[in-house]
Design a protein around this ligand. Sequence first.
Ligand code: NOJ
Ligand code: CA
Length: 617
Amino acid sequence: MDAASPTPTDNQSSAPAVSIGAEWWRSAVIYQIYPRSFADANGDGIGDLPGITSRLDSLQHLGIDAIWLSPFMTSPQRDAGYDVADYCDVDPLFGTLADFDAMTAAAHARGIRVIVDLVPNHSSSDHRWFQEALAAAPGSPERARYLFRDGKGEHGEIAPNNWESVFGGPAWTRITEADGTPGQWYLHIFDSSQPDFDWTNEWVREQFRGILRFWLDRGVDGFRVDVAHGMIKADGLPDYTPPAAGGSMGGAAPAIGAEGAAGTAAAAAASSTETIIGASSSTPPVGLEPEIDAGWPESAPYWGQDGVHEIYRDWHEVLAAYPGDRVLCAEAWVEPLEKMALWVRPDEMQQAFNFPYLETPWNAAALRPVINESIRAFAAVGAPSTWVLSNHDVVRHASRLALTAENPQGHGIGPKSPGKPDRAVGLRRARAASSVMLALPGGAYVYQGEELGLPEVIDLPDDARQDPTWFRTNHERYGRDGCRVPIPWEAGHPAYGFNTTGASWLPQPDDWNDYSRDAQAGIAGSTLELYRTLLTARKQHGLGLGSVTWLDGVPETVLAFTNRGTTGAVTVLANTGSEPVEVPAPLLDTHVLQASGPFDGTTIDADTTVWFEASDR
Ligand code: NOJ
Ligand code: CA
């Protein structure tokens, strides 16, 4: 091979010699439905369960394996349903339990599994358990369900510690006792309407075992576990001041467009991880499991505490009593990846969202070590890596990857934000980035609308915004509404076919006709067809259970690897740079499976990813 040829960096012999489990979630593509914004059957402007049922054919056609639904349980909706007032019922906004059963049956009939959101860190303050706690006396068993504490100062007028809410402002609220006097304080890591449970209390644990069984009995295939890294707080609730640059839910500073802070740390790791290895296994290789607190950066006293693991071991047992590979997927904003991998040890959860990957900028030098480390760290505990680029808490990647100013997770972008993204650049990068993500082995998450190339909605009117972040920061942070706008189905229809009335809980932009599903279906080159082709090829080649080998001898702006799947192999070249690059000679006559942008067969343009059929299986 000449110098310009890609050469495999291949020391796969160091891969753990273990068998690969074939459970569905090891390779699944899971589609996140944000129920308020997916499809609205009754036309009140808020998406609902019958709406989801009516659109399942589109998801089957897209080729995903499972859906995960953000919360639809009874809730006053102060945090869009992440404030649950009854864990075992459907909020009338979204329908009924019968609607849920019908939706689940319809999904299963199409071969689509169903994952529901579980919110165990906190309930709504409207929950009967919290109302009973308010009515009971300090020190009572009812108060012990939550984290009530006496205040400091002569009259208890100072909050028990200095913690700040993720949404801004203090994490403590003082109550008025039943006799009308100023009373104790309760902890809420999120909004004041979301009191945190005390998970050291066995009573709380028992309630949640019952909640898991309630949904498992209804046939759900698993749970996405909200704030899975936050349920246990450090003993004594010590004061803590978070670093200024971090994301609001823990984790690192976020990516900026194609450069980004994350690039520096990731690049530093690059030299030590030249090759990787393959597919995850069901048996952890002995001796590779990381030791707890292996020199990792100090966690906030409310994130990533070791005590969470015994809760997940307990839940693992609850799920294991049911047939059919039910799953727990952790929302755990912890770093490094090796620490996150503790959440998916063989007796804990099955998956954890790979937020370090999400936070990596569109930059080959930064992406390669993160991908390497992800596969290595998760394989070391016998779990698959996961990959995710967007969800309902982050700026959509069709905008985020073109930001030119720092934008910490949860802050959002709005009319006055610096470094606003160029829409064409963002879409080009998003299509290229998704083409990388869907070529990787393990589980992948797709957030509703990304298959349409939807951008973040930046210019929502101030009076339309609903995220508590917007209110708790006195409008300093825009929050997450921009990624939650109801998605377009049919061009030229009221609310773009989200419903038939035109109502929409967040206003949709005027220029979304071209993003609508029907405007893209069957149109060569559309983002929808790109996703469909990638998902089909991913399945045909068995890439979800494959293994990655890096190809060297390409420009440093190019990410180049082969994924050898169980039934085929694909070589991926992603040009993250700003200049076109030549296709290396050995690939010139290779069959092209898909390109994320225009491709003439010889030159890969900036921000473009190409999948080649690989023959060297
Ligand atoms: C994480 C969820 O994804 C987010 O939307 C929510 O606001 C917080 N957890 C609190 O439940
Ligand atoms: Ca509705």
